[in-house]
Design a protein around this ligand. Structure first.
Ligand SMILES: Nc1ncnc2c1ncn2[C@@H]1O[C@H](COP(=O)(O)OP(=O)(O)OP(=O)(O)O)[C@@H](O)[C@H]1O
Ligand SMILES: [Mg+2]
Length: 248
C-alpha cells in the first residue's frame, strides 16, 4: 500500500543547477500528523512549496495516492485534495474574513454552508465576518488562512509555520485547531519551529537539514533521540517543557 502523500528523492530549487533540496523523501499516511523541523534555511518551506507545485522538482517525484503531482500546477494540485497555508502573506489583507473564505471555495453553491462550518471550527472568525483580515491579530489571521485552505475540504493540509510569531496562548489555540482538523479526518503535514510541541503531537516527524532529511521517526522517537535533541532541539530539555522552544 502506498502512502497518501509521498516525496521520493526530490531535488528542487529556485534556479536551475542550484538545488536547495538534495533528494528529500518523506511520506504521510492517511490520518497522520507529520511534522518537518530543521534549522532556518534548511529548505522546509521549499519542500512544502514543491509539494504544492509552486516549484517544479528538478528530479524525483511527489505522489498523492500513487498519482504523480510533479509538474502539475498549484490549482490542479489543490483540486486533487491538497490545501496549503503559506508561511507568510497567507491572507488577503484588504478583504474581509468572509471574502477571504469565499475565495477559498471551489464550489459556489456550497460556499455559504462551508463558511458556516469554518465559523463552527473557528468561532472567533464567525464573530467578525466583516473585519478586514489585515486588521486582525497574528493568531486570527492564521485562523483565516487555515480556514481558507480548508474551504475546498482537502484531504491533506500543508501548513508552513502555523505558530510563528504567536503569543503562547494563541500557539495553544492553533495547535488545538490542527489536532481538531486532524480528528475530522484531514491528514496534516506541517513545518514548525516550535519543534518540541509539534513533534509531541505528531505520528511522524522529519528533521530536514541542508536539503536532505537527516532523521525520521515517530514524533516521540525524534524527541527522545539525543542527537536530534542536541543538534536541533536545543539540548535535552524535557519533552513537555512549557515555554516556546525552537531548535536554533
Ligand atoms: N524565492 C527564493 N528565491 C531564491 N532562493 C530562495 C527563495 N526562497 C528561499 N530561498 C533559499 O532557499 C533556501 C531554503 O529556504 P527555505 O525558505 O526553504 O528555508 P526554511 O527551512 O523554510 O527556513 P525558515 O526556517 O527560515 O523558514 C535558503 O537558502 C533561501 O535563501
Ligand atoms: Mg520556512
Amino acid at each position: 500500500m502506498s502512502a497518501l502523500l509521498e516525496t521520493d528523492g526530490v531535488v528542487a530549487g529556485y534556479v536551475p543547477d542550484v538545488p536547495i533540496l538534495n533528494g528529500v523523501s518523506i511520506h504521510a499516511e492517511a490520518g497522520e500528523i507529520v511534522t518537518i523541523v530543521g534549522p532556518n534555511g534548511a529548505g522546509k518551506s521549499t519542500l512544502v512549496k514543491t509539494i504544492f507545485g509552486l516549484l517544479r522538482p528538478h528530479r524525483g517525484s511527489v505522489r498523492l495516492d500513487g498519482a504523480e503531482l510533479a509538474g502539475r500546477r498549484p490549482h490542479e494540485i489543490a483540486r486533487c485534495g491538497l490545501g496549503y497555508v503559506p508561511q507568510r502573506d497567507n491572507v488577503f489583507a484588504n478583504l474581509t474574513v468572509r471574502e477571504n473564505l469565499e475565495l477559498g471555495s471551489f464550489d459556489r453553491r456550497a460556499t455559504a454552508e462551508l463558511i458556516e462550518r469554518m465559523y463552527e471550527l473557528f468561532p472567533r472568525l464567525g464573530e467578525r465576518p466583516r473585519q478586514r483580515a489585515g486588521s486582525m491579530s497574528g493568531g486570527e489571521r492564521q485562523m483565516v488562512a487555515m480556514a481558507r485552505a480548508l474551504m475546498p475540504e482537502p484531504r491533506i493540509l500543508l501548513v508552513d509555520e502555523p505558530s510563528a510569531g504567536l503569543s503562547p496562548a494563541f500557539v495553544d489555540v492553533i495547535f488545538g485547531k490542527l489536532r481538531e482538523i486532524n480528528e475530522r479526518g484531514v491528514t496534516i503535514v506541517m513545518v514548525e519551529q516550535n519543534a518540541r510541541r509539534a513533534l509531541a503531537m505528531s505520528h511522524r516527524g522529519y528533521v530536514l537539514d541542508l536539503g536532505v532529511n537527516r532523521f525520521t521517526g515517530t514524533g516521540h522517537e525524534l524527541l527522545d533521540d539525543p542527537r536530534v535533541a542536541e543538534l536541533y532541539l536545543g539540548g535535552t530539555a524535557r519533552v513537555d517543557a512549557p515555554a516556546a522552544i525552537s531548535e536554533k
